[in-house]
Design a protein around this ligand. Structure first.
Ligand code: COA
Length: 187
């Protein structure tokens, strides 16, 4: 685990006990496990999505259910052995077998602690392992946090998508090429 986690002051990173000083200078806590979503997670995932997006953009229950059932879709969840789901990512393959990040949602209190990054890297690795060469996703033009996040992970803007979101909000189409695993040793 890198130094960035040691410096994360978000309480969601830390198990109970110890002063802030001790938490910063001793070991960071164990990494929060990532796992596949289970059917019984659905209600919690939907609630999390509604905490992450304004109502015009958040998925309806039916929409979230539908995207999670798309062919070759997967949902990765970040959750400790006990406690709420802290973050999730839904990924799928498009008609041209490009990876498609359908959504990444991190609970507000758990942001800037690396969870979103771990989820997107896990999704990319999964796609890479089945020969996917690039990943695409859409993001609202005014979602500056997400744009900074995706830029950090190597996503570049391909196009503007006029009126992509309800209410006439434009979207941006982002893409990242994925190097095959064997070519990544030197990157
Ligand atoms: C975008 C989102 C998924 C990022 O998740 P996260 O767990 O906070 O991201 P990470 O902690 O892995 O951040 C990795 C890097 O991304 C960049 N980043 C993330 N959030 C940022 C922000 N609010 N402002 C600027 N840069 C940001 C930083 O470079 C960060 O590294 P640093 O913390 O060392 O500076 C999260 O903010 C979120 O759930 N937002 C609401 C839902 C959403 O907009 N999803 C994306 C659209 S589908």
């Amino acid at each position: 685990m890198g130094l960035r986690n040691v410096g994360c002051l978000n309480p969601a990173r830390f198990e109970a006990g110890g002063s802030i000083y001790n938490r910063l200078v001793t070991f960071p806590p164990p990494e929060i496990p990532l796992r596949e979503a289970r059917p019984r997670d659905f209600a919690e995932l939907w609630a999390l999505d509604r905490r992450c997006f304004v109502p015009e953009i958040a998925y309806t229950r039916a929409e979230l259910h539908k995207v999670m059932q798309e062919p070759e879709a997967f949902t990765l969840v970040a959750q400790r052995a006990s406690g709420p789901i802290l973050a999730f990512l839904v990924g799928a393959l498009d008609a041209r077998r490009r990876g498609h990040v359908i959504t990444i949602d991190v609970l507000p209190d758990s942001r800037r602690c690396g969870l979103g990054g771990r989820l997107i890297r896990a999704a990319e690795e999964r796609w890479r392992n089945v020969g996917v060469r690039e990943v695409r996703l859409e993001v609202a033009v005014n979602n500056h946090a997400a744009l900074a996040f995706y830029a950090r992970f190597g996503y570049r803007i391909l196009n503007r998508l006029p009126d992509y979101y309800p209410g006439g909000l434009d979207g941006l189409l982002l893409e990242k090429p994925l190097l095959p695993s064997r070519d990544r040793a030197s990157t």
